[in-house]
Design a protein around this ligand. Structure first.
Ligand code: PEP
Ligand code: MG
Length: 873
C-alpha cells in the first residue's frame, strides 16, 4: 500500500478509510484541501508506514525513506523552496496525527530544516534575525526533548547562566549573542547527552518521524488506549507541511472558529483568536471583533481574513451537513485552515433536537432513541449550585462545561492526582490546559482555567469527559512558585476549597451546597420514549436513603442491590459491629447484634418508604469480617477503650481473622452459616421494617432477601430455613402476614453449573458479575489493573471484562444459568447487579439473554433505561 499521501489547496491524494490511514489531522487536511480551502501544502505519512517501521524494529525502513525523499521533493517543487537550500530554505511543521486524540503522544516539532547555516538565510529572507533565531532555539529544544529525551528545564538553567554572563535581559540582543547561546546549546547536548542535532534537514526529519512513531508506546498513551479500548495496532500517522509563521508579527496568529453558537445552535461565526499571547473570543461576524484589543496600532489587518474564514466555514458546514469547528492560522496576513471537526453539540442540544424532530413528525420515537448515545446523558445529570445560601464569588469566567463542583485547589495534574488519591474532591486550576494535563482532568471534579474560551483545550476535553469546567477567569492570577491563587487582594492556597459553576462561569469561595438536576422537559420526554420501548426493568444499587432518593429521581424501578455492610460504617455503628466481631460466643454476638437491630430496621423502613412499593433486594452481610476491624495503632487503642477490652484482645482477633485470600475466604453466605445469628437479626430487621413501612405508607412491601456467594444448594437451604423461621416469628409477634422472597446471587461458577438445583430453593437470581468475572477468570478484581493493561496492549484482551461482559466466557455462563434456572422455575426473576448492569454494551447482551432487569448505580439509571430501549428495538 501507498505510504505517503500529498495534499495542497484544491488537490489531495485520496485513500479509503481516511481517518484510520491518515489520522484525524491528515484526513482533515486532505478533505479541506479537496474542498479548495487554503491549507498549507504538505503530505501525510500513513499508519501503514508506522506498522512497517514497528515491524523493522523502530528505524524507518529504506523504502519509506525513499518515499519520504520523493515527498519532500514534491513539496519543494510546490513551494518553490528547497529543504536545506541556500535561498528560500523550506521549513517543515511535523505533526502527530492519530485517529483519536490521545495524551502521551509526541507533540508537533516545528521548523524542521533549520540548521546553523539555514537560520541565517531565513533571517535574511525575513529581515528578522531575532525571529529566525528564536525559532531555531525552540526547534533545538523540542528536537532534543523528543529525540534525546532531554529535560527542558536544563535549557532554562543554561539560558539563565548565559543571560547573566552576557548581560542581556529577555533574549539575546544581536546575532552574535544568539550564536553564542546556540553554541552553548550544542555544547550542552554533546557534553551531557553525547548527542548532536543533525545539520542535514533530511536527517532531522527522519529522526523526528522515528521518535514520533515511538511515542505511540509511551505509558500514558498506552493506558489511554486501554481506557478507551483503542487497538494497539491502530498506530499513528504524521502530517508534514510547510511552516506557517503564525507568531511572526502582528499580522499573524491562530484561532478556532465554529459555524454556530454552540450553546444555542444559532448560525453565526464564533470562536477565539490568539495573537502574541493574548486570546480574544469572538461571537459575531468579523466586523464586530474589537481588533484594537489585539493589535497595538489599532489597524485591522484581519478583516479580510475573517470574511474569508466565515465563507470557508460555511462551505465546510454545508459539506459535512453538521455544525463544524475549524482550527486556523494566519501567517503574515494569509489564512490557512488546519483542521475541522463536527462541533461538539451539547448532550442537551442533541436530546432537544431528537425530541423536536419527533414532535414535528420528522422521525419516529424509536429513531430518536437510537440517535442519542446513552453515555452522553451523563452530561445532563450533573448537579447545580443551591442559590439560597450566601455565595462569595471570587471571579467570573466562561461556563465551558455544565455542572457544578466543589473541591480543593490543585495547580498541577500531579497534585490533582495526589489529592484525589487521598479521596479528596479536587478542582484543577491552570492558566490553560495541555494534553499532558489530561490525567489531572480525569481525576479532578472540575477544571478552572485563567485563559481560553469555550473552545479551548480545557473546555473541549472537559465536555468530552463530562466534568464541569470554567475557562477564561481572567481576573485570577496563579503564583506557581508560592502555590497561591490571587483574586485582587484575596489569596487562596493550594488545598483551599472552591466551587465552580460550569454553566454560569462563576468561581466561588469554599464548598457550596449542590442540588441534583431535575430531569424534566426534553430529557423526560426522551426517557418516556425509552420506557415505552424497553422490555427490561432498571433498578438501582443503593445502600442509603440519599442514594435511594437519587435512584428514584433518575427513574429506578426498585433497588436491585442494597449492600447492607455499607450501613455499618456510618457514625458509631461500627463500634457495635466490632463488639459483635470481638464477642467470644453467641450470647455476646447477639447482645451486640441487638444494638444493631433498631438501626438496621429504621434504615430499611426509610428505604421501603422511598421505594414506595417497588421491589427492594437486600443482601445479607457479604464482606469478610476483618474489613470492619481497626487498622491503625491509634484506632486499635480507641476500639479497645470503647469496648473495655485489652488491646491484646483486639490484636488477637485481627490476627485470627487474617486470610491469605480474603475474597475466596470467610465471606458471603459462609459468614452467615458460621454465625446464623447475623442472618437472623438482618432478616428480623427487614421483616419488621416491611410491616412498619407498609402500615405507614399503606403500600405493601415485598422484600427480597438475597444470599451472597452461594455455590451449594445446601448453603441456601440452611439460610432459607433460618430466614423462614424468623419470618414466622415476626408474623406471629405482630399478627401480620408478610410476603417476601428469598433468592441468591450467582457469583461462582459452581452456582452456574448447579443453577437448576439452586433454583429449587431460590425465588430469584441476581448475577453478581463483579465476583462472577473474578471467579470465572481467576483474576482478582482488585489486582487486575496491573496486568490487564499489558493484556490490552498486547491485544490479548480487547476490553476490561470487569466493565463490559465477556460474552464468550462469562456471558455464556450467565445464559446457561438462566436456561437451567427457568427449567426448574419458569417464572424465576433474573437480574444483574454487578457494574456491568450500567454498561450499555453489556445491557445489549442482557437483553438478548432475556434477563428481567439490570441494576446499576443511581447516576447510571437513565443511561441504562436508554440502553435497554436501544437494545430492545
Ligand atoms: C458482584 O459481585 O457483582 C456484586 C454486585 O457484589 P459486590 O460487588 O458487592 O461483590
Ligand atoms: Mg459480589
Amino acid at each position: 500500500p501507498k505510504r505517503i499521501f500529498t495534499f495542497r489547496q484544491g488537490d489531495a491524494e485520496k485513500t479509503a478509510d481516511a481517518v484510520a490511514a491518515l489520522g484525524l489531522k491528515g484526513a482533515n487536511l486532505a478533505l479541506l484541501a479537496s474542498l479548495d480551502a487554503p491549507v498549507p501544502p504538505g503530505f501525510t505519512i500513513a499508519t501503514h508506514a508506522w506498522r512497517e517501521t514497528k515491524g523493522a524494529g523502530g528505524d524507518l525502513p529504506q523504502t519509506l525513506k525513499a518515499d519520504l525523499r520523493s515527498a519532500v521533493e514534491w513539496l519543494e517543487s510546490v513551494t518553490s523552496r528547497r529543504f536545506g537550500g541556500d535561498q528560500r530554505p523550506l521549513l517543515l511543521a511535523v505533526r502527530t496525527s492519530a485517529a483519536t486524540p490521545m495524551p502521551g503522544l509526541a507533540e508537533s516539532v516545528l521548523d524542521v530544516g533549520l540548521t546553523d547555516r539555514t537560520v541565517d538565510i531565513v533571517a535574511a529572507e525575513l529581515s528578522d534575525s531575532d525571529f529566525a533565531y528564536r525559532s531555531y532555539r525552540r526547534f533545538i529544544e523540542s528536537y532534543a526533548a523528543l529525540v534525546f529525551d532531554a529535560d527542558l528545564t536544563e535549557f532554562e538553567d543554561l539560558c539563565d547562566r548565559e543571560r547573566e554572563r552576557v548581560g542581556w535581559a529577555v533574549e539575546p540582543r544581536n546575532v552574535t549573542e544568539w550564536r553564542m547561546l546556540i553554541a552553548r546549546y550544542h555544547d550542552f547536548l554533546e557534553r551531557e547527552l553525547g548527542a548532536v542535532v543533525p545539520q542535514t534537514p533530511l536527517q532531522q526529519l527522519v529522526e523526528v518521524i522515528q521518535a514520533i512513531f515511538a511515542s505511540w508506546r509511551s505509558p500514558v498513551a498506552a493506558s489511554h488506549r486501554l481506557l478507551k479500548a483503542i487497538p494497539e495496532n491502530a498506530g499513528l500517522a504524521i502530517t508534514v507541511h510547510g511552516m506557517i509563521f503564525n507568531e511572526r508579527n502582528q499580522k499573524s496568529g491562530r484561532g478556532r472558529a465554529a459555524s454556530r453558537d454552540l450553546a444555542t445552535g444559532e448560525a453565526r461565526l464564533t470562536g477565539e483568536f490568539s495573537l502574541g499571547g493574548r486570546i480574544e473570543a469572538f461571537d459575531e461576524v468579523p466586523e464586530a471583533i474589537d481588533l484594537s484589543r489585539l493589535v497595538d496600532d489599532g489597524t485591522a489587518p484581519f478583516a479580510t481574513v475573517f470574511t474569508e474564514l466565515a465563507g470557508h466555514v460555511k462551505r465546510i458546514e454545508a459539506h459535512v451537513r453538521d455544525a463544524v469547528e475549524v482550527d486556523f492560522m494566519v501567517g503574515d496576513g494569509a489564512l490557512f485552515l488546519m483542521q475541522y471537526r463536527p462541533a461538539r453539540r451539547s448532550a442537551a442540544e442533541a436530546v432537544r433536537v431528537a425530541v423536536e424532530l419527533v414532535s414535528d413528525a420528522i422521525i419516529e420515537q424509536q429513531e430518536a432513541i437510537l440517535r442519542i448515545d446513552p453515555a452522553s446523558l451523563d452530561l445532563l445529570l450533573h448537579p447545580t449550585i443551591d442559590r439560597n445560601g450566601e455565595l462569595t464569588v471570587l471571579a467570573r469566567g466562561m461556563g465551558a462545561s455544565p455542572g457544578a463542583a466543589s473541591g480543593a485547589i490543585a495547580f498541577t495534574a500531579e497534585r490533582a492526582q495526589a489529592l484525589a488519591g487521598e479521596d479528596r474532591a479536587v478542582i484543577l486550576v491552570r492558566n490553560e490546559t495541555h494534553p499532558e494535563d489530561i490525567h489531572g482532568m480525569h481525576v479532578a471534579d472540575g477544571v478552572l482555567t485563567i485563559r481560553g474560551g469555550t473552545t479551548s483545550h480545557a473546555a473541549v476535553v472537559a465536555r468530552g469527559i463530562g466534568k464541569p469546567c470554567v475557562t477564561g477567569a481572567g481576573s485570577l492570577r496563579i503564583n506557581a512558585a508560592r502555590g497561591t491563587l490571587h483574586a485582587g487582594d484575596k489569596v487562596l492556597q493550594e488545598g483551599d476549597r472552591i466551587t465552580i459553576d460550569g454553566s454560569s462561569g462563576e468561581v466561588i469561595v469554599g464548598t457550596v451546597k449542590l442540588i441534583r438536576p431535575s430531569l424534566s422537559g426534553d430529557f423526560a420526554t426522551l426517557m418516556g420514549f425509552a420506557d415505552s420501548s424497553r422490555r427490561m426493568r432498571v433498578r438501582a444499587n443503593a445502600d442509603t436513603p440519599p442514594e435511594a432518593r437519587a435512584a428514584r429521581s433518575f427513574g429506578a424501578e426498585g433497588i436491585g442491590l442494597c449492600r447492607t455492610e455499607h450501613m455499618f460504617y456510618e457514625g458509631d455503628r461500627i463500634q457495635a459491629m466490632r463488639e459483635m466481631i470481638l464477642a467470644t460466643d453467641e450470647v455476646g454476638r447477639r447482645r451486640a447484634l441487638d444494638k444493631l437491630l433498631p438501626i438496621q430496621r429504621s434504615d430499611f423502613i426509610e428505604l421501603f418508604e422511598i421505594m414506595a412499593g417497588l421491589p427492594v433486594t437486600i443482601r445479607l452481610l457479604d464482606p469478610p469480617l476483618h474489613e470492619f476491624l481497626p487498622k491503625s495503632e491509634s484506632e486499635i487503642a480507641e476500639t479497645a477503650l470503647m469496648l473495655a477490652v485489652d488491646e491484646a484482645v483486639v490484636r488477637h482477633r485481627i490476627a485470627a481473622l487474617e486470610e491469605f485470600n480474603p475474597m475466596l475466604g470467610h465471606r458471603g453466605c459462609r459468614l452467615a452459616i458460621s454465625y446464623p445469628e447475623i442472618a437472623e437479626i438482618q432478616a428480623r430487621a427487614i421483616f419488621e421494617a416491611a410491616i412498619e413501612a407498609g402500615e405507614r405508607a399503606g403500600a405493601a412491601v415485598v422484600p427480597e432477601i438475597m444470599v451472597p456467594l452461594v455455590s451449594l444448594r445446601r448453603e441456601l437451604d440452611f439460610l432459607k430455613a433460618r430466614i423462614d423461621m424468623v419470618a414466622a416469628q415476626v408474623m406471629e409477634e405482630r399478627a401480620r402476614r408478610i410476603d417476601y422472597l428469598v433468592g441468591t446471587m450467582i457469583e461462582l461458577p459452581r452456582a452456574v453449573v448447579r443453577a437448576d438445583t439452586i433454583a429449587e430453593a431460590a425465588e430469584f437470581f441476581s448475577f453478581g458479575t463483579n465476583d462472577l468475572t473474578q471467579t470465572v477468570y481467576g483474576i482478582s478484581r482488585d489486582d487486575a489493573a496491573t496486568f490487564l493493561s499489558t493484556y490490552m496492549r498486547q491485544g490479548i484482551l480487547e476490553r476490561d471484562p470487569f466493565q463490559t461482559v465477556d460474552v464468550e466466557g462469562v456471558g455464556e455462563l450467565i445464559a446457561l444459568a438462566c436456561e437451567k434456572a427457568r427449567r426448574t422455575r419458569p417464572d424465576i426473576s433474573l437480574g444483574v447487579c454487578g457494574e456491568q448492569g450500567g454498561d450499555p454494551a453489556s445491557i445489549a447482551f442482557f437483553e438478548e439473554t432475556g434477563l428481567d432487569y439490570v441494576s446499576c448505580s443511581p447516576f447510571r439509571v437513565p443511561i441504562a433505561r436508554l440502553a435497554a430501549a436501544q437494545s430492545a428495538i
